[in-house]
Write a protein that binds this ligand. Structure first.
Ligand SMILES: Nc1ncnc2c1ncn2[C@@H]1O[C@H](COP(=O)(O)OP(=O)(O)OP(=O)(O)O)[C@@H](O)[C@H]1O
Ligand SMILES: [Mg+2]
Length: 367
């Protein structure tokens, strides 16, 4: 070993307590930190690493081991990383000042300072790397926990609403039945068609809740459905809202595409999207347009429902399909969630693309 190294090592070993004393004055340690002594001990270990390096017997592994140990302790104690970096740097300048004022001809051996810096750089690198890793793991665990509680709450909500919905459904079905009877007996009776329409609306609302609470309950009979026929029925069903909302709607489903599914569920999907579009268009001052298109692609029907309403910002384009996401005063935010559940049940896909001029919902469903 170079003579100067020997002298320097000797000097450092002799002055270790003075170094620690003076470093202690510069470090940031929170009053509430319970492991102050452990922190000073780590400082001492770091000092040892520098000495080892000057003796040419330090390995990268030695630095890594200490860095990982310190990071784990820091993360466990939940202290901030800024103080830690400050303290390491305080140690670094303390040692360098110390070495420079040793009276040894260090200026002739600039590599030595370089070497000390390398030990500290490596140490900081490994420590931050480990610390970030631990914090990310903790964050993931936390998110998992939040997800889990969210799911449990949804489950409870589902159970509550499903019993609530059943209470509603029975009287509603009998109201619908009797309205039909009245309609048959007194076909010229005023307002009865309005009452019937509103009851149907209420019925689909209630069914919507059933979808959220107990998906399997409502998997009714499946059959081959003509999309053209389905949309014609739907459009006449929502005709009052179309007129009321001053919307011009074009249905371009020409040739007969059929999908095998439960008709009520298909209705529910397209109804939700159409009603959302009518709602969104209320913000539009110029001509309000809804366009329905359909094409077939790789054994799937792709239905595209577009409107020229306000843009759905990119950052929420996934969130709109989550339950309870709504921007409406009286919305429940389950409409699109139900759509996605139904479509995915049939191995289909639903997505939304929106820009300043057009918002389009794409529904792919096996034919
Ligand atoms: N065509 C559209 N244009 C602009 N925003 C839309 C459109 N469709 C949906 N959204 C946005 O997505 C949100 C969620 O829609 P979703 O149908 O799930 O719930 P909702 O309409 O708010 O309430 P609900 O349908 O339960 O009454 C809406 O509140 C709205 O912000
Ligand atoms: Mg809706």
């Amino acid at each position: 070993m170079q003579e100067i190294r020997k002298q320097l090592v000797c000097f450092l070993e002799k002055n270790v307590s003075t170094f620690i004393e003076s470093w202690r004055k510069k470090v940031f340690i929170s009053e509430t930190y319970l492991h102050k002594e452990r922190e000073f001990n780590n400082g001492l270990k770091m000092y040892d690493l520098v000495v080892l390096r000057l003796e040419n017997s330090l390995s990268e592994e030695d630095v890594r081991v200490l860095a990982y140990k310190v990071s784990i302790e820091r993360a466990e104690a939940n202290t901030n990383i800024e103080d830690f970096v400050h303290n390491v740097n305080a140690g670094r300048s303390e040692i360098i000042n110390w070495v420079l004022s040793s009276g040894l001809p260090i200026e002739k051996f600039p590599n030595i300072i370089e070497e000390i810096n390398t030990v500290f750089d490596q140490f900081t690198y490994f420590a931050i790397q480990k610390y970030t890793e631990i914090k990310e793991e903790q964050l993931q665990e936390k998110n998992q926990f939040i997800d889990q509680t969210h799911k449990e709450r949804l489950k409870i909500l589902g159970q509550m609403s499903s019993s609530f919905v059943h209470e509603f459904r029975n009287p509603l079905t009998s109201l619908l039945g009797f309205t039909k009877l009245i309609n048959n007996e007194y076909p010229s009776l005023k307002y009865i068609d309005i009452i019937e329409h509103e009851l149907h609306q209420l019925n689909s609302r209630v069914t919507q809740f059933l979808h959220v609470s107990k998906k399997e309950l409502v998997s009714g009979e499946k059959k081959s459905n003509s999309l053209q026929g389905l949309f014609e029925e739907l459009i006449s069903f929502i005709y009052p809202s179309i007129v009321d909302g001053n919307v011009s709607l074009t249905n371009n489903i020409e040739f007969d595409i059929r999908v095998f599914a439960n008709k009520d569920e298909l209705r529910q999907v397209f109804l939700n999207i159409l009603l959302n579009s009518i709602d969104a268009l209320q913000k539009v001052k110029h001509k309000r347009i809804i366009d329905i298109n359909c094409k077939t692609l790789d054994g799937k029907a792709e239905i595209i429902i577009s409107n020229n309403g306000p843009i759905i910002p990119k950052e929420v384009s996934d969130a709109i399909f989550e339950p309870f996401y709504t921007t409406k005063d009286l919305g429940t935010g389950i409409g699109l969630y139900v759509c996605r559940n139904i479509i995915e049940k049939y191995n289909g896909e639903i997505s939304c693309i929106s820009d300043d001029s057009l918002t389009s919902f794409f529904i792919k469903i096996p034919i």
